[in-house]
Design a binder for this molecule. Structure first.
Ligand SMILES: [Fe+2]
Length: 386
């Protein structure tokens, strides 16, 4: 494996550093070098089905933001204008590069926490401006060099520039890190820490982002799941005695009455079924951020069987979040349960969810016909033998 993996797996990183302070791992992920060239990203970013952005900075430090589908002519004009600086960002790289998707195994992060890999291309001087993110991110230098400065952590009153189309801070604060990253270097930045990376030369940087769902997102899914349960669908004020002393306060919803109702709702949520919560959280965490398009010509059951018998491996589709719950044992993908016909099928999907690759032995646990269905839903795919 890599020095990054050694540090995360064997070290004390998740206890001492994660979420708290930045960390540089020099030559932490050498496997990344050579996996992409700037031209690959410039070709990919204008494709119809890609989620990409073009950021342009003029000499007065005013910014423009363009979303995909990007206009190739605008991109060419921007790159050839000596008065402009720019960055090109492409999300969900897992969908476009299997070798890059497989690099997630170096991060020791549970699969339900992995968000997506983004690549940013910038010619010399290009950046996305000083900013902060609400999630943990590992920045991996893939090509060329980038000069990184890290500042303080944001506070509720940290001012954002109001005149720009992207979230930028006007002041990075006291600089606590100031170094040039080279190919293979990894820089971990915790949520809220202001960072600014400027390309020294033609450079590519990968961002391995971790998920940070808001309480609102999780509650939204939870309420959707729980709303149909018996305990939550019956009238709240069935026990009139509980509320009787508060119902004499005229027409107003008094603070006491509001608190009484809130407490009753919280108590109902606390007593609600564990299985409903498992399903709700699994649906929330398995949601796709980017649409998935199955291949136009799917392999037949016979072709899949033949491929597995000739050395192909079955893996989880790299951009898919496959979430497993225990008690009850269940599998979720793209906010839906993947119904398993047997405990062997559940075990098979559990292994794939842990980024394991399986050979022809997987046909003992499920049928090739089921694999066709899973491929169509973007749950699994085949990995060519090396
Ligand atoms: Fe960032």
């Amino acid at each position: 494996m890599s020095p990054l993996y050694e540090l995360l797996y064997q070290g004390d990183f998740f206890n001492t550093t994660f979420g708290k302070s930045h960390c540089l791992i020099k030559a932490g992920l050498p496997q990344v070098v050579g996996e992409l060239e700037p031209e690959d990203v410039l070709d990919l970013c204008c494709a119809d089905t890609v989620s990409s952005r073009l950021l342009i900075q003029d000499q007065q430090d005013n910014w423009q933001l363009h979303h995909s589908p990007l206009d190739p002519d605008l991109l060419d004009e921007t790159l050839s204008d000596p008065e402009l600086r720019c960055s090109v960002l492409v999300q969900n790289l897992e969908n476009w590069s299997l070798p890059l998707a497989r690099l997630w195994t170096h991060f020791c992060a549970p699969t339900w926490l992995q968000d997506d890999i983004m690549v940013s291309y910038a010619p010399p001087g290009g950046s996305v401006g000083p900013h902060f993110d609400a999630y943990d991110v590992f920045l991996v230098q893939l090509h060329g060099k980038r000069h990184w400065q890290l500042g303080g952590f944001t506070q509720p009153d940290t001012p954002l520039r109001s005149d720009q189309p992207i979230n930028l801070v006007s002041d990075i604060g006291g600089v606590v890190f100031d170094q040039v990253l080279e190919p293979g270097d990894v820089l971990y930045v915790p949520p809220g820490q202001i960072h600014h990376g400027v390309a020294v030369d033609d450079c590519l940087t990968l961002s391995f982002g971790l998920r940070s769902p808001s309480a609102a997102t999780l509650l939204d899914h939870a309420l959707g799941e729980l709303a149909s349960s018996d305990s939550l669908s019956r009238p709240l004020m069935q026990n009139a005695e509980e509320f009787s002393n508060l119902l004499t306060s005229g027409s107003a919803l008094t603070p006491d009455l509001v608190n009484q109702i809130k407490d009753s709702l919280i108590e109902l949520l606390q007593r609600s079924d564990q299985a409903d919560w498992s399903a709700a959280l699994a649906k929330a965490l398995s949601a796709r951020r980017f649409s998935y398009e199955p291949e136009e010509e799917l392999a037949s059951a016979e072709e899949i069987e033949e491929a597995l018998n000739s050395g192909y491996l079955l893996i989880k589709e790299p951009s898919t979040k496959l979430i497993i719950t225990l008690s009850p044992d269940a599998v979720y993908c793209a906010e839906e349960e993947v119904v398993c016909a047997s405990s062997q099928e559940f075990e098979l999907l559990s292994q794939l969810a842990q980024s394991k690759s399986l050979g022809a032995e997987c046909l003992v646990s499920t049928s090739a016909l089921k694999l066709v269905e899973w491929m169509e839903r973007g749950i699994v795919t085949l990995l060519e033998p090396e």
